[in-house]
Design a protein around this ligand. Structure first.
Ligand code: NAP
Length: 496
């Protein structure tokens, strides 16, 4: 029997619709996860990846000092723990190797079409027509968008940037052909990326200039190494590893996750105290003043680093706070008239965070364009489903939890939720499922209401805020996220 004619039979003996075919867009952390979970249930899937290898953000970011400031053991799939992490927080290259290994071991590579950028998805007569830039076309019953959040680079238009005679690139487009040792290096930005770059590059550069527009709060955290004995114990005793992960998780969730959604919480006050004390370790009062933010701790994503302040206090490092006026052939000219001569200029200027699956054109039921639905900002019920886009779900989508915690765990909760909706199709309960417009509106209204208590709206600009100044994030408790994603409330879904 041809695959397309095969039928599933539900547990109650009812005959379901033909075997599902699912398209997963993106082979980063979330796409690999989706493919594995679909395979587990015997569901066919094709993974579309526009790059030439898996790993998503860990493939694209290769800058010196790249690491994950979330504890490595927590930043792993529950079904593929990794006793071999060398330290509390892992280096980027090790995280990339982990995702590559999982993708290989779980057969995801065979299902992935590399160098295949999906340009269009159109819902027609109960299924999605998919088109790729390379001309490939397919038809799928279900689509999972796993395209990441921090993916589209933000390259500000600095006047004269094209005249710069040195090397210039965005931190997520690192040019490894460019020499760094003994060079004059400038970095624009003071986010998590810039802090890691400073720690890695100050010791290598002749001179290091950090161009700061806004100071950042820095939470110190030592990157404790794991001994060979500890690794052996984690290998031999998975329970001990799970215990460690539970502790790491609880510590972050009870502290940070509670802190950010309640600007008046004691948890936030405790974190703020640590950040203020950390700042006091900067010896030069003038430098300390320049490094002092004019907004509350936690308003922007915390920079987690025990090395940044040390790096920026080195004699060859300078914190430049005069605004950038223009880029000239020799370097960066600031508003105070100073020309900062540079060989290398790195734009650690972050990402366009409201893109999600776009620029892929997604056309839902009755010709509705996702771009129009999202004209005022991306929305999705529980961050996963959009009304009138049946059988189309997002992982780490709009307003999903983001912050200093494990996006791997977030994606795992979401995929289990989505799989329950997929199983409804497999059982033949329905053939189309998407959030109702009412559920989407209600969720968004509640989310915006909850946002008013968060630390993110207390007077700073950050990538957490959308163009209307509303946090584009999960503004409820993390417990609520876990509860809401445990099982779909079917009254919030339109099924056909
Ligand atoms: P970011 O936090 O968005 O920081 C961008 C920086 O560039 C900011 O300091 C910003 O200044 C500055 N900037 C942007 N446009 C500018 C302009 N026109 N002129 C001057 N300065 C400009 O970006 P990121 O550091 O790449 O981090 C993004 C996110 O990636 C993080 O928040 C985090 O979620 C993730 N990340 C995680 C890790 C990790 O260890 N887990 C590491 C790196 C990144 P303003 O503050 O004034 O806007």
């Amino acid at each position: 029997m041809a695959e397309s004619e095969q039928h599933r039979t539900g547990p109650d003996g009812r005959r379901g619709r033909p075997l599902l075919r699912v398209a997963v867009i993106g082979a980063g952390m979330a796409g690999i996860l989706a493919a594995i979970k679909l395979q587990d249930r015997g569901i066919e899937c094709d993974v579309f990846e526009k790059g030439d290898s898996v790993g998503g953000t860990w493939r694209e970011n290769t800058y010196p000092g790249l690491a994950c400031d979330v504890s490595a053991h927590w930043y792993t799939y529950t079904f593929a723990r990794n006793p071999e992490w060398d330290s509390l927080m892992a280096e980027g290259k090790d995280i990339r190797a982990y995702f590559e290994r999982v993708a290989r071991d779980f057969g995801v590579l065979e299902r992935t079409r590399f160098n295949s950028e999906v340009t269009q998805l159109r819902y027609r007569e109960g299924a999605w027509d998919l088109k790729c830039a390379d001309g490939h076309e397919g038809r799928y019953d279900f689509v999972i968008a796993a395209t990441g959040v921090l993916h589209h680079v933000n390259v500000p238009r600095f006047e004269g940037i094209e005249t710069f005679e040195g090397a210039v690139f965005h931190s997520a487009r690192w040019d490894h052909g460019v020499a760094l040792d003994g060079k004059r290096i400038g970095v624009i930005g003071t986010g998590s990326t810039a802090a890691q770059l400073a720690s890695a590059l100050v010791p290598r550069a002749e001179r290091f200039d950090l161009f700061q527009r806004t100071a950042q709060w820095v939470l110190p955290r030592d990157n404790v190494p794991y001994s060979e004995e500890e690794k052996a114990r984690f290998r031999e005793d998975p329970e001990a590893l799970e215990q460690l992960i539970a502790e790491l998780r609880a510590k972050t969730l009870e502290g940070y996750a509670t802190a950010v959604i309640d600007a008046d919480s004691p948890e936030l006050a405790a974190i703020a105290r640590i950040c203020h004390e950390n700042l006091e370790t900067v010896k030069d009062p003038e430098l300390r003043r320049k490094l002092t933010p004019d907004y509350r701790v936690g308003c922007k994503r915390l920079v987690i680093s025990s090395t940044f302040y040390d790096a920026i206090q080195q004699p060859n490092a300078e914190l430049v706070t005069s605004p950038i006026q223009r880029i000239e052939p020799e370097g960066v000219r600031t508003a105070d008239g100073v020309l900062h001569d540079l060989d290398v200029l790195v734009l650690a200027t972050g990402f366009l965070v409201d893109r999600f699956i776009r620029p892929t054109r997604v056309i839902g039921r009755d010709g509705i364009d996702l771009d129009e639905v999202w004209a005022d900002g991306p929305l999705a019920y529980l961050s996963m489903s959009v009304a009138d886009f049946p059988n189309f779900f997002l992982l780490n989508g709009p307003n999903s939890p983001v912050g200093n915690f494990s996006l791997v765990e977030v994606a795992q909760h979401q995929i289990e939720y989505i799989m329950q909706l997929v199983e409804g199709i497999c059982r033949g309960d329905y053939s189309e499922v998407s959030a109702t417009p009412g559920a989407m509106r209600r969720f968004e209204a509640e989310r915006c209401e909850a946002a008013r208590k968060t630390i993110w709206v207390t007077g700073c600009d950050s990538w957490y805020l959308d163009k209307n100044g509303v946090p584009a994030s999960w503004t409820f408790s993390y417990d609520r996220f876990v509860d809401e994603t445990a099982a779909p409330r079917m009254e919030d879904f339109e099924v056909r």
